[in-house]
Design a protein around this ligand. Structure first.
Ligand code: PLP
Length: 382
């Protein structure tokens, strides 16, 4: 058997981890500008909690959080779990972080404290567990109390909230730094939102009568902050607007790929599984290395448009797990290696997240959070 001589040893493997030309470009400057634009529309002194849960709605939480911190565009960050908070701390994020969801079964309270993450509390049991950890660490732990005023998700009911906060105030090791609720219909139901806010204000007033005033009272998501001034209190919690997925803000994410294969098909030729699309004329069909395993949903088959050469080109045939075909007959100059934009802008043309969401019967939140870890996020620096 021949062995390789040392001088012709294997070349070092390349350091890049991603070779496939499919990626999501995240404009960190747009995120910072969106947060500042939103803050400018709030009354002076209202703080901004940038919601970066679910990997910053698929935009890449550490980079987005660091950009907001460096630009002084946010005062707080909101995540959904201890794991998400730890990822921020590991990346060097220093802003205060609230864990918006439940910590049940509460083993993670110690980790939350160790990483300086603020837990949400909505039950006596969770309060007791926080107090135990605080005693163990011999320092007070700050918490925010979550009140359920109509979302029906996680939170103590308004009628039970004052007693819970009073009990927390007795636990010397626990400090109630905030109290918050979440709006279920801020975008389209003024009456329901008003009822939620009434219930929430009732809790805050009952606490005030007992001499308790948590420093941070907060309720508003993007729609609340922008459309319901009564929901602003001490802090607002935008997600959607920060990513530019709310009208009037700059979209930050562009989902890109490149043409990796291009062919001319004769009239009548079928494309992809099931032959659901057939060429009605001689057609130039491009193959993009992106599919439903990347979060580009199969429901977009034969429905979505992709931007090539600044023009909208139809997706043809079924989106497959790893590849998607696009009819580029209308872009005569299209070549292998050309950029394709599946979500976002190219020149004057745009495929907004709302359009892809509508085609899939869902909401922009799901469209962007569905982008899988197989799609590298590249940052356009602020
Ligand atoms: C508790 C909480 N606050 C704020 C937000 C941000 O909402 P939006 O992205 O609509 O601004 C969310 C997101 O769902 C949330 O769950």
């Amino acid at each position: 058997m021949r062995t390789l001589a040392p001088e012709v040893a294997q070349p070092a493997p390349p350091r890049r981890r991603f070779f496939r030309p499919t990626w999501a470009e995240v404009d960190l400057g747009a995120i910072a500008r969106n947060l500042k634009r939103l803050r400018a529309r709030m009354p002076g002194g209202v703080k901004v909690m940038f919601v970066v849960k679910a990997d910053a709605y698929g935009h890449g939480a550490p980079a987005c959080a660091l950009a907001a911190e460096r630009a002084r565009a946010a005062d707080w960050l909101g995540v959904s779990s201890v794991e998400e908070g730890i990822a921020l701390r590991d990346a060097g994020v220093r802003l205060p972080v609230l864990i918006l969801g439940s910590l049940y079964p509460f083993e993670s309270v110690l980790a939350a404290a160790a990483y300086d993450l603020t837990p949400a509390v909505a039950s006596l049991e969770s309060a007791r567990r926080v107090a135990e950890v605080a005693l163990r660490l011999r320092r007070a732990i700050q918490v925010h109390v979550k009140v359920d005023t109509g979302m029906g998700r996680f939170g103590v009911r308004p009628e039970a909230a004052p007693a819970l906060v009073r009990r927390l105030a007795e636990l010397k090791a626990v400090r109630v730094q905030g109290i918050y609720t979440h709006l279920a219909r801020a975008e389209d139901d003024a009456a329901f939102t008003a009822a939620q806010l009434r219930a929430f204000r009732g809790v805050v007033a009952a606490l005030a009568r007992a001499g308790l005033r948590p420093p941070l009272v907060h309720a508003a998501n993007s729609a609340g902050a922008l459309r319901r001034p009564a929901s602003r209190f001490d802090m607002v919690r935008p997600g959607l607007a920060a990513y530019g997925l709310y009208p009037g803000f700059e979209p930050a994410l562009t989902l890109k790929s490149k043409i990796v294969f291009l062919k001319t098909l004769p009239k009548g030729a079928a494309v992809s599984y099931g032959g659901t699309w057939r060429a009605r004329r001689v057609s130039r069909v491009a193959t993009l290395p992106i599919g439903y395993a990347d979060g580009y949903r199969r429901a977009l088959s034969n429905r979505a448009a992709v931007l090539v050469g600044g023009r909208r080109c139809p997706v043809v045939g079924r989106v497959t797990m790893d590849q998607t075909m696009v009819d580029v007959t209308g872009v005569p100059g299209a070549r292998v290696g050309d950029d394709a934009v599946l979500l976002g802008r190219q020149g004057a043309a745009e495929v907004p997240a709302a359009e892809l969401a509508r085609l899939c019967g869902t909401i922009p939140y799901e469209t962007v959070t569905a982008l899988s870890s197989r799609v590298p996020r590249t940052e356009v620096p602020a």
